[in-house]
Design a binder for this molecule. Structure first.
Ligand code: SAM
Ligand code: SF4
Length: 357
């Protein structure tokens, strides 16, 4: 029996892709082992959205060098957003790696037909289902469109079939994934919207809950809000990253909305779905962010009172618009201080929300 091990870091899309790779390897006769030293095939699924995620992947990979030396027959493969179309530099730096393959693509040593059909035999009760790959937005700080390419929606009928199959194998909750789920369907011949997909999935017998993420504040439609409000299986939870509270910062981030538009959208969501859970992402210390502009983010969090906020300090990513055209001029100390302020604020907000329950 051959053994495999997958190490994953990063977003839900990476986790979904690792789950699929695991099913594929199981199909081809491999058995999962939690200990990397017992594996004959090791895959590391990487994230480069921030420098610290990239550093962890580098560190992990370097640990495998002595393993490969001791057992040259082991296959080591790297996937995820670290991998580009041209990996000459990576190949030079890590000559002991057998394969590099891009995020969401078929491992080069596997039959593509098998990869296309890979579904977990015994899926988790709650399973991720990618519905749109890539991103067309090019926010100034973000490396994702460069590594995952342009948007590509999966046909609606294919997703519905897949979810039915997952439900027949034991899944009860699905989370539909996309960098911008509001873009779903625009590139398909019949142009279905996320609302159409949710409506079809809601009818699947045996499926209890449907979630989706991430929404984009510039694209989220009134129709989607109403669909979420009315479909009984769709969880009342919206992930709507604001990224900043200042219009100047949002503009240089190229987010495509003003903070007034963002607040109006939040108000509309709360009006239509009164018990909604709201999640946001915030970046502090974006190039040129002043104390006054940061204070506007503090104000946003204080007023909106999100249920969850994912906080990050700006990390310049090579190749992005911000890294090419802007100076990373907020000091590490200021970024850390701003992060701590928001972390403490959010702890108080969540305590207040929980106390009411
Ligand atoms: N598509 C989603 C959106 O529009 O917000 C998020 C995808 S992104 C991969 C996940 C989060 O990582 C972002 O919301 C952002 O807050 C954070 N992020 C992305 N690039 C970053 C950078 N260069 N520095 C710090 N945080 C970053
Ligand atoms: Fe990155 Fe912006 Fe696309 Fe989200 S919408 S993946 S932050 S470029």
């Amino acid at each position: 029996m051959l053994n495999y091990h997958i190490w994953t870091i990063g977003c839900q899309m990476n986790k979904a892709e690792s789950e699929r790779l695991g099913s594929l390897f199981e199909e081809t006769g491999y058995h999962y082992v939690p200990n990397v030293t017992d594996a004959d095939l090791i895959v590391i699924n990487t994230c480069v959205v921030r420098q610290n995620a990239e550093d962890r992947a580098v560190h992990k990979l370097q640990n495998f060098k002595p393993l490969k030396k001791a057992r040259p027959d082991i296959i080591i493969a790297v996937t995820g957003c670290w991998v580009e179309s041209n990996n000459d530099q990576l190949k030079k730096t890590f000559p002991f790696v057998d394969y590099f393959f891009k995020a969401g693509e078929c491992p080069p040593w596997v039959d593509r037909a098998k990869w296309l059909q890979a579904l977990p035999k015994e899926p988790q009760p709650a399973t991720y289902v990618p519905i749109i790959h890539g991103c067309n937005n090019f926010c100034a700080y973000c490396v994702v469109p460069y590594r995952r390419g342009r948007e590509k929606s999966r046909p609606l009928s294919e997703i519905v079939c897949e979810v039915k199959e997952l439900v027949s194998r034991g899944t009860r909750e699905v989370t539909l994934l996309g960098q911008n789920v509001d873009s779903y369907g625009h590139d398909l011949p019949e142009k279905p919207a996320l609302s159409d997909l949710l409506t079809e999935l809601n009818d699947i017998e045996g499926l209890y809950r449907i979630r989706f993420l991430t929404n984009h504040p510039k694209d989220m439609s009134r129709r989607l809000i109403q669909t979420v409000a009315h479909l009984d299986k769709v969880c009342k939870n919206i992930t709507l990253p604001a990224q900043a509270g200042s219009n100047e910062v949002l503009k240089v981030m190229r987010r495509g909305y003003t903070i007034e538009e963002y607040r109006r959208l939040v108000n509309e969501i709360r009006r239509e779905i009164p018990d909604v859970g709201l999640v946001s992402d915030i970046i502090v210390g974006f190039p040129s962010e002043t104390e006054t502009q940061f204070q506007q983010t503090v104000n946003l969090l204080t007023e909106v009172k999100f249920d969850t906020v994912h906080l990050a300090a700006y990390s310049p990513r090579p190749g992005t618009i911000a890294a090419r055209e802007m100076v990373d001029d907020v000091s590490a100390e200021d970024k850390k201080r701003r992060l701590t302020i928001l972390e403490n604020l959010q702890v108080n907000i969540v305590t207040e929300i929980n106390a009411k329950l």
